[in-house]
Design a protein around this ligand. Structure first.
Ligand SMILES: Nc1ncnc2c1ncn2[C@@H]1O[C@H](COP(=O)(O)OP(=O)(O)OP(=O)(O)O)[C@@H](O)[C@H]1O
Ligand SMILES: [Mg+2]
Length: 215
């Protein structure tokens, strides 16, 4: 399956989401099945991997950067990470090339308008997409409000949400993923991403079945 992590905004957890979704898919489907493609010119995932200390157990997925061309095509599961605010052309290419677009968004921000505008563009292009609430604080009424607004606007939102946790920053800085930290908050964060991945797989498999049924 092909999953694209995209957003209308920078710094909302797209790269963190792409890595942890790839890890969850790799764990679920096995070694050699999954790759994450770093399509952001910043190459933040490539740097993340480069910061991994030698001798650690390999991640259950590959990371490829822009220089790798189309090597990712032979993988069963591909997660793409891209930069914020894609052009219409980039967005169209992503929609054509993926089964699901995951749109991470933080709960703060006074206006929903830019997000709703982005989702409207996706819908117009016929995309299958779902919003993921990220960096949710302990005062999470804001997240609940944002979820309700999205649901009222008939926008699909993942059931699990990703809490704001120090482990994510530590992970990006030390070449790790949150499942590699034993503390309970990091483990809870990892379970959230696994549940998001399961929901994404369920959605994609369901859509494929529906399509096959119509044929
Ligand atoms: N759930 C979280 N809790 C705490 N910190 C987080 C969380 N998710 C991401 N971060 C941190 O927030 C910062 C931005 O995250 P990330 O790089 O994933 O966002 P992005 O949308 O890919 O940004 P960009 O648009 O620059 O590519 C990073 O320092 C990351 O470690
Ligand atoms: Mg990024």
């Amino acid at each position: 399956m092909r999953i694209n992590v995209m957003g209308y905004k920078g710094g909302v957890g797209k790269s963190v989401t792409a890595m942890h979704l790839a890890a969850a898919l790799g764990h679920r489907f096995g070694e050699g099945t999954t790759v994450v493609v770093d399509a952001d010119p910043n190459q933040s995932l490539v740097h993340w991997r480069a910061g991994r200390p030698e001798g650690m157990e390999p991640w259950p997925f590959e990371v490829v950067g822009l220089e790798m061309g189309s090597a990712w095509q032979r993988y069963e599961n591909v997660v793409f990470d891209s930069q914020g605010r894609p052009s219409d052309m980039d967005l169209q290419a992503a929609v054509r090339g993926s089964d699901l677009i995951v749109v991470p968004t933080t709960a703060e921000g006074l206006s929903m308008r830019p997000l709703i505008g982005f989702l409207a563009r996706l819908r117009k292009m016929g995309a299958s997409y779902r919003v993921l609430l990220t960096m949710v604080g302990w005062w999470n009424t804001q997240a609940q409000e944002r979820r309700k607004q999205l649901e009222d606007a008939r926008q699909p939102v993942f059931g699990p949400e990703i809490r704001r946790r120090q482990a994510f920053d530590t992970a990006t800085e030390t070449g790790r993923l949150v499942y590699e930290f034993p503390n309970s908050r990091a483990q809870e964060a990892w379970r959230s991403y696994k549940r998001v991945a399961d929901e994404a797989v369920e959605e994609i498999v369901g859509a494929r079945r529906a399509l096959a049924g119509r044929r």
